[in-house]
Design a protein around this ligand. Structure first.
Ligand SMILES: NC(=O)c1ccc[n+]([C@@H]2O[C@H](COP(=O)([O-])OP(=O)(O)OC[C@H]3O[C@@H](n4cnc5c(N)ncnc54)[C@H](OP(=O)(O)O)[C@@H]3O)[C@@H](O)[C@H]2O)c1
Length: 335
């Protein structure tokens, strides 16, 4: 069970265990996709390095990246450069099985030889000799899942990775099949106040099998940070323009939802981003939330959410706001 958080934003963050691995992480992790600069705009190396340092300085000990984060592995390389000197204090998660094709489209390839090659390359980029948590990024329809699982099991047995996770699975049978070959310690699905599909079956399965759930999109790609105004026009280079949640009527309804939850945060001197993250990490079965950031001030803000315990009254008010908002048109994304 996770330790109970405090309401002091500067208190040392309570650590939580990943599965039954003995690896202990802060409930807020830094998601290192935005610093790769693939879909996020105005990303600079200087800001990215400063954001990684700011995350560690704010007490975050958990960093999430992947082989595919950056066309040339920029995210893993930046982590190696910025955090190498404090590697021993940190938990680094990466992922394999997805890479960029020649036309810069994502290719799923989770053949055993690819998994091994990507792992070796990620170790070099990260300037480390072990990856703490290594996920299969997504199942590869052309490779039997058991073969991908066996490759990860071998890396685990060799000590190149300390624990194995899965991501973007859609059926419980996939978890069962993988787990029979290689023990799953963590699952990485998307989850936030408005996208809660995993509560139906995946979250209960993970809880029953001592698998940590470490969701992405706690901020719904920035929407639940509450700073993108109703009249915002997205830059044509901003990858979010293609998501229905940022379009038309869905966008208006999401803004109405933000208007309902904003007062809950404001009356406690907090921000909507902190409310959204605090809500995720307080849900049963959730070990940590992956909070993407590309600027130091963003991660400093979300880091403070790990020390905010929402009251029953806050949670009831949020529940009402979610009910009024209704279900969100959602689609899986691999990133
Ligand atoms: N397994 C998978 O397939 C998968 C898929 C997606 C993500 N992930 C992981 O999960 C992480 C989180 O996902 P994400 O980065 O896409 O989305 P997210 O955490 O929901 O949103 C991140 C974005 O929110 C905005 N933001 C963050 N903090 C803010 C703050 N305090 N105030 C205002 N805006 C703020 C920033 O965007 P702007 O500054 O541009 O507004 C930032 O890029 C990723 O970084 C990655 O590690 C994994």
């Amino acid at each position: 069970m996770p330790a109970s958080p405090t309401t002091d934003p500067h208190a040392a963050p309570p650590l939580r265990e990943i599965g039954r691995t003995g690896i202990r992480v802060t409930p807020v992790a830094m998601g290192c996709w935005p610093i790769a600069g693939v879909t996020s705009i105005n990303v600079t190396e200087e800001h990215s390095l400063a954001t990684l340092e700011a995350a560690a300085d704010a007490g975050i000990n958990f960093f999430d990246t992947a082989y595919i984060y950056g066309y040339e592995g920029e995210s893993e390389r930046l982590i190696g450069r910025a955090l190498g000197h404090r590697r021993g204090e940190l938990v680094i998660a990466s992922k394999c099985g997805l890479h960029w094709g020649p036309d810069r489209t994502q290719v799923r390839d989770a053949r055993p030889e690819t998994i091994r090659r990507e792992c070796e390359e990620s170790l070099r980029r990260l300037q480390t000799d072990v990856i703490d948590l290594y996920y299969l990024h997504a199942p590869d329809p052309a490779t039997p899942l058991a073969e991908s699982a066996a490759a990860l099991r071998q890396l685990l047995d060799e000590g190149k990775v300390r624990a194995v996770g899965v991501s973007n699975f859609s059926r419980i049978e996939q978890y069962e099949e993988f787990n029979a070959v290689c023990p799953i310690s963590a699952d990485q699905p998307h989850y936030n106040m408005l996208q809660r599909e995993i509560e139906a079956d995946r979250l209960p399965w993970c809880r029953a099998h001592n698998v940590s759930v470490i969701p992405y999109w706690p901020l719904m790609k920035g929407l639940l940070a509450g700073r993108i105004t109703r009249d915002h026009t997205f830059d044509p280079r901003d990858g979010r323009r293609k998501y229905p949640i940022f379009m038309g009527q869905e966008w208006e309804r999401n803004q109405d939802f933000l208007d309902r939850i904003r007062p809950i945060a404001e009356r406690q001197g907090r921000t909507v981003a902190q409310l959204a993250v605090a809500w995720v990490v307080q849900q049963p079965g959730i070990t940590a939330a992956l909070c993407g950031a590309k600027r130091p001030e963003q991660i400093r803000e979300t880091a403070e959410a790990m020390n905010w315990e929402l009251t029953d009254a806050d949670l009831a008010e949020i529940r009402d706001a979610i009910r009024l908002r209704g279900e969100v048109a959602s689609r899986p994304a691999v990133q």
